[in-house]
Each structure stands twice: as structure tokens, then as C-alpha cells.
Design a binder for this molecule. Sequence first.
Ligand SMILES: Nc1ncnc2c1ncn2[C@@H]1O[C@H](COP(=O)(O)OP(=O)(O)O)[C@@H](O)[C@H]1O
Ligand SMILES: [Mg+2]
Length: 207
Amino acid sequence: MAKGIFITLEGGEGAGKSSQARMLGTALEDKGRNVLLTREPGGTTGAEAIRKLLVEGPGGKWDGITEALLHTAARRDHLVNAVWPALEAGKVVISDRFVDSMTAYQGYAYGVDRTALATLYKSAIGDFKPALTLILDLPVEAGLARAAQRVGKETRYESMGTEFHERVRNGFKEIAKAEPDRCKVIDGTQSIEAIHKIILAEVEKVL
Ligand SMILES: Nc1ncnc2c1ncn2[C@@H]1O[C@H](COP(=O)(O)OP(=O)(O)O)[C@@H](O)[C@H]1O
Ligand SMILES: [Mg+2]
């Protein structure tokens, strides 16, 4: 069994995941922990190549099932070549998004059958799960407004429309309800520093 600990950050566009992942990584390194800060889709050369297919270009270029397959291929490469070796080495692995994003986006938002998604995960990945998942919750309009400030080409999911993102937000809440021990929902409207403190307190409990 893995010796390290796997922590994931989840939530909609602009919820603050990447900011909080970076701050958490720095705080844990300052405490003397070995940290791997990574992201999905991505985190390895192969998975970053798949990421480009998923996050760039027009919204309708894949259907939900194709997307789930691409995310799962990227996820397996990320786990095999980055996450699992780091956990074996005793690191704290922090991933900016993981499988709950697939459940929320392709499942709750696109409407891909969630039992099929769970079967896909089980077949490709197995029983592996994060020790702790921090879900940042923010009203959709606020998150999209924050995300719009960013520069770059990774706008495909952002372009999906408000109703899509409402379903994503609701999906994350349902996921947290189903697995309350693993998932902590955090009010993302608070200040960056206040959220950081809450996250650190939750992480201390699992370290
Ligand atoms: N709690 C917060 N309050 C205000 N602005 C925030 C907060 N968290 C993040 N931001 C800002 O919102 C934008 C999106 O944050 P980011 O961490 O990239 O979100 P995500 O990775 O979830 O899409 C960034 O410009 C970031 O500085
Ligand atoms: Mg981000």
C-alpha cells in the first residue's frame, strides 16, 4: 500500500483550486514534507498531450463518453507515471482536479451514466481513491468571472454556458454528500487566506 498521501482539489471554473493547491504545497514544504504538486488532466508528458485535446478548442468537439475516455486515459498515465511512484516515495501528492471532476462534468453536467463512469474508473484505475478531497464551492457567475481574467487557450470548458456549470456545481455537492468522510466542501467566496487556513486544518487531520 502507498506510504504517501493523496489529496485532491475540486470545484468549478475559477473556484480557486490552482491558487489553493500552490499555497498548500508551499505550506507543506515549509513543514518539511516532500510534495508533488500536480494536476488533471495532465501531470505527465502523455497526459498533458491529452489535456490539450480536452481543454482547447470549441465546446462541442467531443461527446461526453469520448471525453470520459480521454480523461481516463490521461488519469491512468498520470497515476502510473507520476502519482503512484510519488506516493511510494512517501510524498504528499496534491492534485488540482481528479476523478470527481469527471463525475461532475461528464456525469452530472453532460449526463453520461454515472454507473458507467464508475465502472470505467474501476476498470482503468481500480480501488484507488484520494485520502482527502477539498471541494471549493462558488456561485457559477462568480467563478466564471474570475476564470475570465485568466489568459490562455484553455477556455473550452469555460465556454459551456451557465446551466452546464450549475449542473457541475450541483454535481460536486452530490459527490460530497455521498462521501462525506473523504470530501470537504469549502465556501469559495471567502478570502484566499481564510480558505487556505481551512484547507490546512483539514489536511492536518489526515497527515
Ligand atoms: N478566494 C478568492 N477570492 C478572490 N479571488 C480568488 C480567490 N481564489 C482565487 N481567486 C482568483 O480567481 C482566479 C481563479 O483562481 P484559480 O485558482 O485559477 O481557480 P481555479 O483553478 O479553480 O479555476 C485567479 O485570478 C485567483 O487569483
Ligand atoms: Mg485552475
